[in-house]
Ligand binder design. Structure first.
Ligand code: PEP
Length: 253
């Protein structure tokens, strides 16, 4: 069976509760009847609960933009996996490059978060990707390899089985510079081969690998026709119901 395409919207630090509800209402209209593509949205923490309420009965899944690995306690400013589970979050985005770049996230902390997510029944969208300097320095593949090995350390097949990997070249995020479909496909293929070496063919063939980095309604189709690109993690273009829905409906183009 083929891999179900998966389009997720990362709203980052955007949308008040009121704006979030408006956007969700628009998405429900635009995405009515969509069954052959899985859709998730990751609002900021303050909007998660109201958005969860608004999504009741809809096929759009809820994702968090991060989580902390401890269950509870004196960790000011953090959110636990159980808190996210309680409000019907299905996915957690882990290791986003903005977390790595601005908030000290490392392969090791991403690994701790991934383990905590799985232990609480949350699925993970695990983000990896090289910077421009790393690409130009010819070390993009070794960076990807290190991020995969570090992020997935001590995780068994059961844990990675339902994981989603998001390949997001840092130089393409929010810059309007998308990787060409061929550039993205080359890395996606590399990621799949690495997953086969780390786990098995069954795992590597089942796992969905999203591309992220300035995805728009205009460039999604070219990306999605690549054999190893199974979806997209969308930032900027997910903040508008019409543009995000056009991305989700890429098959109709
Ligand atoms: C992202 O936030 O993961 C992302 C890819 O952002 P953008 O689509 O805006 O480049």
């Amino acid at each position: 069976m083929g891999r179900l395409p998966f389009i997720a919207g990362n709203w980052k630090m955007n949308k008040t509760v009121e704006e979030a509800i408006d956007l969700v209402k628009g998405l429900k209209v635009h995405l009515k009847g969509i069954e052959d593509v899985e859709v998730a949205i990751a609002p900021p923490f303050t909007a998660l609960y109201p958005v969860a309420q608004e999504l009741k009965g809809s096929s759009i899944h809820l994702a968090s933009q991060n989580l902390f690995w401890e269950g509870k306690g004196a960790f000011t400013g953090e959110i636990s996996p159980a808190m996210l589970k309680e409000i019907n979050c299905r996915y957690a985005i882990i290791g986003h490059s903005e977390r790595r770049q601005y908030f000290g996230e490392t392969d090791e902390t991403a690994n701790r978060r991934i383990k905590a997510a799985f232990n609480h029944g949350l699925k993970v969208i695990f983000c990896i990707g090289e910077t421009l300097q790393e690409r130009e320095g010819g070390i993009a593949f070794s960076v990807i390899e290190r991020q995969l090995e570090g992020g997935l350390k001590e995780l068994g097949e059961k844990a990675v089985e339902e994981m989603v990997v998001a390949y997001e070249p840092v130089w393409a995020i929010g810059t309007g510079k998308t990787a060409t479909p061929e550039q993205a496909e080359e890395v996606h293929q590399f990621i799949r081969q690495k997953l086969e070496r780390l786990y098995s063919k069954r795992i590597s063939e089942g796992i969905r690998i999203q591309y992220g980095g300035s995805v728009t309604p205009e460039n999604i189709k070219g990306l999605m026709v690549q054999a190893n690109i199974d979806g997209a993690l969308v930032g900027g273009a997910s903040l508008n119901a019409e543009s995000f829905s056009r991305i989700v409906r890429f098959k109709e183009m």
